[in-house]
Design a protein around this ligand. Sequence first.
Ligand code: SF4
Length: 64
Amino acid sequence: MDQPITDQLKGELARWRLLFCCEDCLHHCEARQACDLLYPEEPHRRASFERGERLVFCKMFEVR
Ligand code: SF4
């Protein structure tokens, strides 16, 4: 999923406390700061979301 970050989306993410970044994913390795499935994390990291204009949701995301 790749969609623009709107005020409505930000509100819904906060209201429902939705998790969607690599830092919240079961496959994110803290020690290596990398994805155990070898996917590129940069588009899905929290920092990318916070400075970006689009939310890019990883289809392999699994909440930890
Ligand atoms: S599976 Fe996707 S969301 Fe999870 S750590 Fe890897 S790149 Fe990030």
